[in-house]
Design a protein around this ligand. Sequence first.
Ligand SMILES: [Zn+2]
Length: 249
Amino acid sequence: MTARPAGAGAGVRPRGPRVSLPPVLMYHSISTSELPDPHRVRVHPGRLDRHLRLLRRLGLRGVSLGELVAAADRGRARGLVGLTFDDGYTDFLHEAVPVLARHGMTGTLYVVAGRLGGWNGWDDGPRLALLDADGVRAVAAAGHEVGSHTLTHVRLAGADPATLSREVAGSRRVLEDVLQAEVPGFCYPWGDFDEAAAEAVRSAGYDHACVTGDYRPGDRFTVPRCYVAPGDTGAHLVARLARHHLRVR
Ligand SMILES: [Zn+2]
């Protein structure tokens, strides 16, 4: 999960050109489970299907954050929406990928690289299974972007240089080894970051990174995202997108 504590990112100065991106939606688990969901991170696959159907009706296409940033670089991001899924749960492969495929859309899955095949031990909600290396490769093979969400889902604001290097650069090396491909995307766990964390992401060779919520201003290493709640109807989603757009533009 990535709920951002108040004040995260305070004082971080954008280094590159300010990015002007279409909205980026933030999902976590996509599941039919009826277990308690105290952190409100589970969206039913049927609801995801309705969200994506609505995006299509609005003339929008959901894409990975990598594709969104690349399109923005070419001035071609109009009509796109970023779709991101945090933490690397197994349900992404089994529940979200078929829905995305049905709508011809792609997304970015942010994986906790040191917990492959494990579970979400960083929070006190129900245990949720995380994809193993084969699962991560299957996600990439299905056309989705795999990004890093650190090695162990730690808070990066205030972290010492060794922790930043291990969690940020180390997780990239793990995923590149798993995928045998470059990993350009990063996502700050808990949405928690500061200037040193953003600099660690830049210097580790990533191309873009996203935060949580309506953070502004930002460069491509602090891309804001719009949280999607478990019960969001299409009307809620449109209202969130509109509100988010007003706050981050
Ligand atoms: Zn997370």
